[in-house]
Design a protein around this ligand. Structure first.
Ligand SMILES: Nc1ncnc2c1ncn2[C@@H]1O[C@H](COP(=O)(O)OP(=O)(O)O)[C@@H](O)[C@H]1O
Ligand SMILES: CC(=O)N[C@@H](CCC(=O)OP(=O)(O)O)C(=O)O
Length: 285
């Protein structure tokens, strides 16, 4: 059913803090790649970035889920995301025999962005510095790699047309790539079990929702911190043509495969409009 279809899988940096979770997740990615799904892996690296910033005496500042990125921090961002995290994932791909190629949003004009001007967030003016907003995704380079059966491993570091490097949230980049490739699925693997009705109650997981449901959660204040850029990314991906967005935990051992190959799944599935789906479609993973 999914052979030849595009899945964009975004893995949060948190997974790489634990070797067993990392292997577990990458083994599932390997299976999806090996059965003929065109997998694009987009990675984060927020916790690693925070750690290296602190070791260099830079106090990390994150506002509404996005990192304020000054001149020194954009250098750290490209060192950590393009260097450390991307290369570590490629090493695991070697071990698991996945033919993978590392790229970033800078490569071959993949992500064209501009520096975000100071914006009002939660009532105050915030200058995010070298943080980018996406103008265009040119996914040609990814199509070429996928046509050669190579798995792209994408770091979200991007640039403007002058070559100024910009930091973009990995969920945002994954959503843009999903929309550009009209992906069958965007899978966001995060530390949370899925989208929760109440962030303090891990049992309040929402199994199935749509854009109206997501808006309701936002309006009632259920979405906070890192879930804010994730919710925006989910909305943009679906409006851009991605059929299904899944939010799953990297902590449960078979979360990706269960989400794809069982009706129940383990996390949250978001579609454009639940009532527009046929009963059969509502059943499908
Ligand atoms: N309604 C919610 N459901 C789930 N997580 C939420 C919600 N609201 C806020 N969060 C927080 O958002 C976090 C996910 O964001 P973040 O840690 O930035 O993600 P990642 O690094 O995986 O991209 C969760 O671990 C949780 O603390
Ligand atoms: C602008 C912005 O916030 N960029 C993110 C990029 C990394 C990321 O998104 O990593 P996770 O998926 O692990 O959170 C950051 O600096 O943390």
């Amino acid at each position: 059913m999914y052979k030849g279809k595009v899945f964009v899988i975004k893995v949060s940096g948190g997974v790489f803090g634990d070797a067993a979770s990392t292997h577990n997740l990458m083994e599932q990615v390997a299976i999806l790649h090996q059965v003929g799904i065109r997998v694009v892996l987009v990675h984060g690296g927020g916790p690693q970035l925070t750690q290296v910033q602190k070791s260099l005496g830079i106090e990390p500042q994150i506002v509404a889920g996005r990192r304020i990125t000054d001149q020194k921090s954009i250098e750290v961002t490209s060192m950590v995301l393009n260097g450390l995290v991307n290369t570590r994932i490629l090493g695991i791909c070697r071990e698991l025999d996945i033919a993978a190629v590392g790229v970033s949003g800078v490569d071959a004009g993949l992500v064209r962005a501009h520096k975000r001007p100071p914006v009002k967030v939660e009532g105050r003016l915030v200058d995010y510095g070298y943080v980018g907003d996406i103008d265009l995704i040119d996914a040609k380079v990814l199509q070429q790699l996928l046509d050669e059966r190579l798995m792209p491993v994408v770091s979200p570091v991007s640039a403007d047309d002058q070559g100024t490097l910009l930091n973009i949230n990995a969920d945002t980049v994954a959503a843009g790539i999903g929309a550009a490739l009209k992906a069958e699925k965007l899978m966001l693997c995060t530390g949370a079990p899925g989208i929760l009705e109440s962030v303090d109650d891990p049992c309040s997981i929402i199994s199935y929702t749509d854009l109206t449901g997501l808006q309701r959660l936002k309006e009632q204040g259920s979405l906070k911190d890192g879930m804010l850029p994730k919710a925006k990314a989910i909305e943009d991906a679906i409006r851009g043509g991605v059929r299904r967005v899944h939010v799953t935990s990297y902590k449960s051992p078979d979360s990706l495969l269960a989400e794809v190959f069982t009706n129940e799944g383990t996390g949250t599935l978001v579609v454009e409009n639940i009532s527009a789906l046929s009963p059969a479609e509502q059943q499908a993973g």
